[in-house]
Design a binder for this molecule. Structure first.
Ligand code: SF4
Ligand code: SF4
Length: 386
């Protein structure tokens, strides 16, 4: 049976975070015990969410105190940790500096890996849509990976936790290439499942002390949950995150598809919870993006394109756009441009060619891209019970 551990932690106070992480990795916690997984001398990649260069207060990246606490546990076990990720925008060094994680690495004498070299790696035998992945060299060089995501909402995936965080193991522009290749949401989600099965983190610890709701994963609102969650199975931990957000696994595309593949971790009844009482942490009014749950229906390509065009939320540039160009450079389809219209410059999205990947909304530094739900969808969308 899959086990997920919960440790309450009301703030990022260093002593409190360290105590909570220590409880999660302690051998007495059912299903835990980092010492069973990490042996002296092992090289361990600690993989936080380094989405973009934001300060910890913005809540888009794993908090540096959580990274510090986990690194200390790994060091205490006599292993050799490194920290690495491939951000959505910007260099690892700059993003980690802004996120406060580079400073933690310096203080603990831990190397920060930039994920610049790529190795094409054959997927796990269970893979369904991918034959190989362009992974960062460091992902292959280590003996174990500890996945350290942040609990947030996400325009396409609805939530980002353990499974989605592993997308950062793919280097730089190769992430954008995959977005463009796998334009159908279900294909992209199947790819994420293949990736989780291939990368296989030995342990996952989720920073949900202060989570994000609404327009995540960068520009949402902070939502204190006061919790750290941990477990060996990334799907099981994400299923518990979904429950905290008020979602069933069947309402989260990647979990719905994982269930279709027979993954046990997505059945909440089959997850053994330990530590805190989950019921005390359920958030009744957590704001999550709407989603069309067609992922398990095998619709033809032309239907999928029509749905994308007329039913999926479309990215719209709003007035406070500062024309910084981040979205222009991040769009996998290359369909955003800075243009002149009637003597005024502005940012333009060619909606006809938009693949609804929402990388632009994810990375805009000024929260200037809204995802607008089309009228036809608003009329028929069932209201979420809170
Ligand atoms: S929409 Fe956002 S990312 Fe794009 S140019 Fe405007 S401010 Fe920059
Ligand atoms: S405009 Fe935004 S949502 Fe559309 S393809 Fe480009 S990045 Fe993706």
């Amino acid at each position: 049976m899959n086990q997920v551990m919960l440790a309450g932690c009301a703030s990022y106070d260093r002593a409190k975070v360290e105590a909570a992480v220590h409880r999660l990795v302690h051998p007495d916690m059912p299903g835990s015990g980092l010492a069973h997984l990490i042996k002296p001398g092992m090289k361990v990649l600690v993989k936080p969410n380094l989405l973009v260069g934001d300060t910890p207060e913005k809540g888009s990246t794993t908090h540096p105190e959580v990274v510090r606490a986990v690194l200390k546990e790994v060091l205490n076990l006599g292993a050799v940790p490194i920290v690495g990720d491939s951000p959505g925008f910007g260099s690892t060094a700059r993003v980690a500096e802004k996120a406060g994680i580079a400073q933690v690495c310096r203080e603990l004498g831990v190397k920060l890996a930039a994920f610049t070299e790529t190795v094409e790696v054959k997927t796990a035998p269970s893979a369904k849509v991918m034959k190989s992945f362009p992974l960062a060299k460091e992902v292959l060089e280590v003996d174990a990976i500890i996945n350290l995501p942040k609990m947030k909402t996400h325009g396409m995936a609805r939530l980002t936790g353990c499974v989605k965080n592993l997308y950062g193991c793919i280097t730089g522009v190769r992430k954008a290439e995959l977005h463009f290749r796998l334009q159908r949401t279900e294909m992209f989600m199947e790819m994420l499942i293949d990736l989780a099965d291939t990368v296989r983190p030995v342990f996952n610890i989720v920073d949900a002390i202060v989570a994000m709701e609404g327009s995540g994963p960068r520009n949402g609102d902070l939502r204190p949950v006061g919790l750290l969650l941990a477990g060996r199975d990334p799907f099981a931990v994400d299923t518990v995150i979904a429950r905290i957000m008020g979602l069933q696994a069947s309402e989260v595309p990647v979990l719905a598809l994982a269930k279709g593949r027979g993954k046990k971790g997505v059945n909440i009844e089959e997850i053994q919870l330990s530590g805190e009482d989950l019921n005390a942490y359920l958030v009744r009014d957590y704001r999550v993006p709407t989603a069309l749950l067609l992922v398990r229906l095998r619709v033809p390509d032309f239907v999928s394109k029509l749905v994308r065009r007329y039913v999926s939320p479309r990215p719209v540039i709003v007035d406070h756009c500062r024309q910084c160009g981040v979205c222009v450079r991040s769009c996998p389809a290359g369909i955003i441009s800075l243009t002149e219209h009637k003597g005024k410059s502005g940012v333009y999205i060619d909606d006809q060619k938009c693949i609804r990947c929402y990388c632009c909304q994810e990375l805009c530094p000024y929260n200037a891209i809204e995802l607008r739900v089309p009228l036809v969808r608003r009329l028929f969308q069932p209201r979420r019970k809170v």
